[in-house]
Design a protein around this ligand. Structure first.
Ligand SMILES: *Cc1c(COP(=O)(O)O)cnc(C)c1O
Length: 448
C-alpha cells in the first residue's frame, strides 16, 4: 500500500535531512512531497499541482516526464547503466564530449566530466592551478573571485564563493582567494557605467599588484545567480576577459546557472563573445534528469598535462560515476530536443513576452528592481523604495512571498529578499502569463 502524506512526512522528519533547509521551519509548514511531474508542473502526493517556477532549481529545460528523454534512458538502460571512465571509455560519454565542444565557444576543445556544478568548478580550479605548475610558474597558485559569487558548496567552490550568509562560517576551512567587487548598479550611487568602471578599476589594481600569484579568475558570466540575480552592465565581461589576457590570468566562466539557453544564448559568454580558458556546466546538461556536469577547456591547457608517464603530469582527479552512460545518453537526447525545437530562438521570443508581463511588477511599492536576462529573473523586494532599505533577514520576506505563491499554485525559492523566477525553457506564453499572475498576486498579498 502506498504511503500516505502523513506517514511520508513522519518519515521525512525521522530520517531525511533536506539541503539548504532549516528543518525546524520546514517540518512545521506542511512541506510539499512530490510524486510526479508533467510538463512545467509538479504534482504532489495529495494530487495538488504546482507550476515549477524555478525549473527544479534551475535545471529543467523541457519540462518533466518528457517522452523523448524518458526513452533515451530506457534505450541506454537496455545496454548498460554505468561503467567506469577511468582508463576506459564509453559510447555516450564520447559523443556527449563531441557535442559539448560543438556547442561551446570555439577555442574550447576538451571535456572533463563530473557529477555536479560544484565538482565542475573544483576541477576547473585544479586544472588552472596545475597548468601553471606544468608551465613552471608554481607561484601562480591563487585565484581571484567576485564578491557575492556562488560556485557551489564543496570546499574549493566555497573558497571562491563570496556569499557571507552561506560561506562566512566556513572561513577557516577555506583556501585564500582574492575578492573583487561585482558591479551591482541598483545598489551603486551613480550610473551603471560608473559602477562598471569602478569594478574594472578595482580588478585592474588587484591584477597589477598580484597577477604573478594568480592562476585564474572565476566569474559567473552576465548574471550572478544565487547572489541575487545581479546582472552585469554591458561591456563589463569584455573588460574582465581583456584584463585576464593582459595579465596572464586564466579566465574561468561558471556557466552552471547561465548555460544552455537560460539567458537567451546557448552560453552567457556569447553575449559578449568571450573566449574563456575554462567553462563549467551542470544544470540543464541532462535535461534536468541525472547528475552530469562538465569542465570544458582549451587544447593549450590539455597539452600542459600531456606527457610521458614518468613526467607525472596525469590529472589525478575523477569520481566513481564520471561519464555515467545513462546521464550522458539523456544529455545527448536533451540537445537533440534543443535543435528539433529551435529552443534558443523560442527562449528569445518568450523573454520579450516575459518582459511585458513583468512590467506591472515595477509599479509595486515594495519592488525595488526587476532584473531579467532571457528567462532568468530576480525581483528584489525592498522595505522602502526611496531609500532602497532592505527587509531584515529575520523578516524572511522572500520566504513569505514564496509560501504565498505556493498556496496559489506556483513553486519557487527566494534568495533572501530576491524572488527568483526561472521557468523551464519550453514554457508557453499562456503558462508564463499564469505563472507571473500568481507571482504578482503573492507579492501584493504579502507586501502591499
Ligand atoms: C548551482 C550552481 C553551482 C553548483 O552546482 P551544483 O550542481 O548544485 O553543485 C555552481 N555555480 C553556479 C553559478 C550555480 O548556479
Amino acid at each position: 500500500m502506498a504511503d500516505t502524506y502523513e506517514s511520508l512526512l513522519a518519515k521525512n522528519k525521522k530520517y531525511l535531512w533536506n539541503p539548504f533547509t532549516q528543518m525546524k521551519e520546514y517540518l512545521k509548514e506542511d512541506p510539499i512531497i512530490i510524486e510526479r511531474g508533467q510538463g512545467v508542473k509538479l504534482i504532489d502526493v495529495n494530487g495538488r499541482e504546482y507550476y515549477d517556477g524555478n525549473a527544479s532549481v534551475w535545471l529543467n529545460p523541457h519540462g518533466h516526464n518528457h517522452p523523448y528523454l524518458n526513452q533515451a534512458i530506457e534505450i541506454q538502460l537496455q545496454k548498460i547503466a554505468h561503467s567506469t571512465l577511468l582508463g576506459m571509455s564509453n559510447v555516450p560519454a564520447i559523443l556527449l564530449a563531441e557535442k559539448l565542444v560543438q556547442l561551446s565557444p570555439k577555442n574550447l576543445q576538451k571535456v572533463f566530466f563530473s557529477d555536479s556544478g560544484a565538482e565542475a568548478v573544483e576541477i576547473a580550479l585544479k586544472m588552472a592551478y596545475l597548468y601553471w605548475r606544468h608551465r613552471n610558474r608554481p607561484e601562480k597558485n591563487t585565484f581571484i573571485s567576485m564578491k557575492n559569487a556562488y560556485h557551489g558548496d564543496t570546499v574549493g567552490a566555497v573558497s571562491v564563493g563570496g556569499m557571507d550568509l552561506f560561506h562566512a562560517s566556513f572561513e577557516r576551512m577555506l583556501f585564500k582567494s582574492e575578492k573583487v567587487p561585482y558591479p551591482y548598479p541598483y545598489r551603486f550611487a551613480g550610473t551603471a557605467e560608473a559602477c562598471k568602471q569602478e569594478s574594472i578599476q578595482a580588478l585592474e589594481e588587484k591584477l597589477k599588484s598580484s597577477a604573478d600569484q594568480i592562476a585564474g579568475l572565476i566569474v559567473e558570466p552576465m548574471v550572478q545567480g544565487a547572489g541575487g540575480m545581479i546582472m552585469m552592465p554591458p561591456g563589463y565581461l569584455t573588460e574582465v576577459a581583456r584584463l585576464c589576457r593582459q595579465y596572464e590570468v586564466l579566465l574561468i566562466v561558471d556557466e552552471v546557472a547561465t548555460g544552455f539557453g537560460r539567458t537567451g544564448k546557448m552560453f552567457a559568454c556569447e553575449h559578449e563573445n568571450i573566449q574563456p580558458d575554462l567553462l563549467t556546466v551542470g544544470k540543464k546538461l541532462t535535461g534536468g534528469y541525472l547528475p552530469v556536469a562538465a569542465t570544458i577547456t582549451t587544447d593549450e591547457i590539455y597539452e600542459a598535462f600531456y606527457g610521458d608517464f614518468a613526467e607525472v603530469k596525469t590529472f589525478f582527479h575523477g569520481h566513481s560515476y564520471t561519464g555515467n552512460q545513462l546521464g550522458c545518453a539523456v544529455a545527448l537526447a536533451n540537445f537533440e530536443l534543443y535543435e528539433q525545437e529551435d529552443l534558443i530562438s523560442k527562449v528569445q521570443e518568450r523573454s520579450l513576452q516575459l518582459a511585458d508581463l513583468l512590467m506591472p511588477f515595477q509599479e509595486l511599492s515594495h519592488v525595488g528592481e526587476v532584473r531579467q536576462l532571457g528567462l532568468m529573473v530576480g525581483i528584489e523586494l525592498v522595505k522602502d523604495k526611496q531609500t532602497k532599505a532592505t527587509y531584515a533577514y529575520e523578516e524572511a520576506i522572500g520566504a513569505t512571498v514564496c509560501k504565498r505563491a505556493r498556496e496559489l499554485g506556483l513553486f519557487t525559492r527566494p534568495l533572501d529578499h530576491v524572488i527568483t523566477f526561472m521557468p523551464p525553457l519550453v514554457v508557453t506564453q499562456t503558462e508564463l502569463h499564469d505563472m507571473t499572475t500568481i507571482l504578482y498576486q503573492a507579492i501584493v498579498d504579502v507586501t502591499e
